[in-house]
Design a protein around this ligand. Structure first.
Ligand code: NDP
Length: 255
């Protein structure tokens, strides 16, 4: 193994499951891992066009890529997806839990369904997909999991009690599972993005983002590829002694 840089094509022949990859950060992660040689099984909620175009891009990179329509909130759908992945790919040992949503509101205005939807997607979704694959990872004594959390889950954000609670939960889940499965040679880490240029930011209140940029030490919004690079590092042999860690990709916002 070389040291100092991540070996190119270090994921050759391996298969990664990436949730919520039809667009945004998940898509960038899928493409980044594919460039390292990984075959990609990904899911999405409803964006068929995004899923089909990602499959084409993955094929062009010379790896196997297949999108599955599966709602991470629904354990039955997730199990079916895992079975389909097992049937179509030769084993898998990487999981990136990325699917997530935002439904911001002041608590006094927050609809119970917006609380539930965010917790079910961002936190129960991580449970559902990880639960569906963990037995396989444990049996093969090999596995690598990266959860995508948020600065909101570390520091809290006004109008994001639902989102912050889900992401704080994802961080606690990461640390607990890392301790639980380390003996099976499975690493579990989280990447905590700050503001990243995706459709999700379009849901923020007008003017909010302009204020937020002023509080980012590096002075600009990040790109999905910035998050994908951190995920790639955590999946690489260079990170073999790292587990239960929270890597912030936020331009210094969390300092
Ligand atoms: P986007 O809104 O751009 O994309 C979200 C993705 O998740 C889509 O692929 C969507 O599928 C999928 N998805 C949503 N709900 C479900 C579901 N129930 N089942 C399956 N898939 C689902 O979001 P981002 O790329 O910006 O965010 C990705 C992750 O990064 C999220 O966890 C988010 O919380 C986190 N994050 C993002 C930040 C940002 O600034 N953008 C900052 C901090 C964290 P479909 O296209 O079919 O709807």
């Amino acid at each position: 193994m070389r040291t100092g840089t991540v070996d190119p094509m270090h994921l050759k022949g391996r298969t990664a499951i990436v949730t919520g990859a039809s667009r945004g950060i998940g898509r960038a992660i899928a493409l980044r891992l594919a460039r390292e040689g990984a075959n990609i099984a990904f899911n999405y909620l409803s964006d068929e066009a995004g899923a089909r175009s990602l499959e084409k891009e993955l094929k062009a990179l010379g790896v196997a890529g297949q999108g599955f329509k599966a709602d991470v909130r629904d354990y039955g759908q997730v199990q079916k997806m895992r079975e389909a992945v097992s049937a179509q790919f030769e084993g898998f040992d990487i999981l990136v839990n990325n699917a997530g949503i935002l439904k911001d509101a002041a608590l006094m205005m927050m609809a119970p369904e917006d609380w539930k939807n965010v917790i079910d997607t961002n936190l129960t979704g991580i449970f559902n997909v990880t639960r569906a694959v963990i037995t396989t990872f444990m049996k093969q004594k090999k596995g690598n999991i990266v959860n995508i959390a948020s600065v909101s889950g570390l520091r809290g954000m006004a109008r994001q009690t639902n989102y912050a609670a889900s992401k704080g939960g994802a961080i606690a889940f990461t640390k607990s599972l890392a301790k639980e499965v380390a003996g099976h040679h499975i690493r579990v880490n989280a990447v905590v993005p700050g503001y990243i240029e995706t459709e999700m930011l379009g849901h923020l209140k007008k003017g909010y983002l302009e204020d937020a940029v002023g509080k980012i030490p590096l002075g600009y919004i990040g790109k999905p590829e910035d998050v994908a690079n951190a995920v790639n590092f955590l999946l690489s042999p260079e990170a073999q002694y790292i587990t239960g860690q929270i890597v912030q990709v936020d331009g210094g916002m969390g300092i």
